[in-house]
Structures are given as C-alpha cells and as structure tokens.
Write a protein of this length. Structure first.
Length: 141
C-alpha cells in the first residue's frame, strides 16, 4: 500500500501529474479541490487550515477502510495507492501524512514537480505568493 505525495510550487503541474496517475487510481486528493465552487476556483485563506485538515481526514478514511477490509478477510475494494497533490513546500506540511502512513503501515513516496515548462498557476496565484513558495521550498535528498 502506497501513499504518493506530489509536491511543487503553484503552476508546476502537480494536478496534471495527479490526473495522469488517477487513470490507474481511485483515491486522489488535493486541498485545492475544496476551493472549487460551481466549477470556479475561489480561494479563501481563512478556510485553508480547515481544508488541509479535511484532506488529511479523507486520506485517513481510505486507510482505515483498507485496514478494515484486510482484517475482515473481505474482498479488497479500497485502493492500495493514494495520491495527494498539494504544494507541500515544507516538511511539516507532509508530517500528518507520514504519521498516517506509519500508523497504518503504508509506504510513502514524494514526487517533486518542477516547472520547467514555464506554466502559470491555473488558480491565479499572485507572483509574490509564488516567490514565497519557491523561497521556503524544502528538499531532503
């Protein structure tokens, strides 16, 4: 069972990569999805923490369902791979996912998406916010 965290700054192509992976998966989550209202992205910074928590909870729910299915001996319907695509610019932002993976025995993989194609954010992230994301982006090799 694998948890894949797709990370990168806004506009790098995280959602595109996640969409490509989702062809093979049933569980793909992003906090940005919760800001979609009637097909339009409406970012509200006051809801960011709440929405991040809700995304973590969705991942936990899938992991709990998977544990239940394994324990019950029933046919396994819950996906064995989960993808979460968020900016994850700093290590602490991924920590709840690492903790869930450890608790439920899932392997964690991180994928960093680089913006080598010069794409702009589809969510109209201001340049100063994008610059701040780039400056705080942590990589552990």
């Amino acid at each position: 069972m694998d948890l894949i965290l797709v990370r990168g700054v806004s506009g790098a192509g995280k959602s595109t990569i996640a969409d490509m992976l989702s062809v093979y998966l049933h569980s793909c989550f992003s906090t940005d999805d919760m800001f979609m209202v009637d097909g339009e992205y409406k970012f509200d910074p006051s809801k960011l923490g709440k929405y991040h928590d809700a995304t973590v909870q969705k991942v936990k729910d899938v992991m709990v369902d998977r544990q239940f299915e394994i324990g019950s001996g029933e046919d396994l319907l819950t996906p064995t791979t989960i993808v979460v695509h968020n900016t994850f610019t700093q290590e602490w932002e991924m920590k709840p996912y690492f903790e869930l993976a450890e608790t439920f025995g899932w392997r964690v993989h991180t994928i960093i998406v680089e913006n080598r194609h010069g794409s702009k954010s589809i969510h109209d992230v201001p340049d100063d916010a994008l610059k701040a994301q780039k400056e705080r982006f942590e990589v552990i090799l």
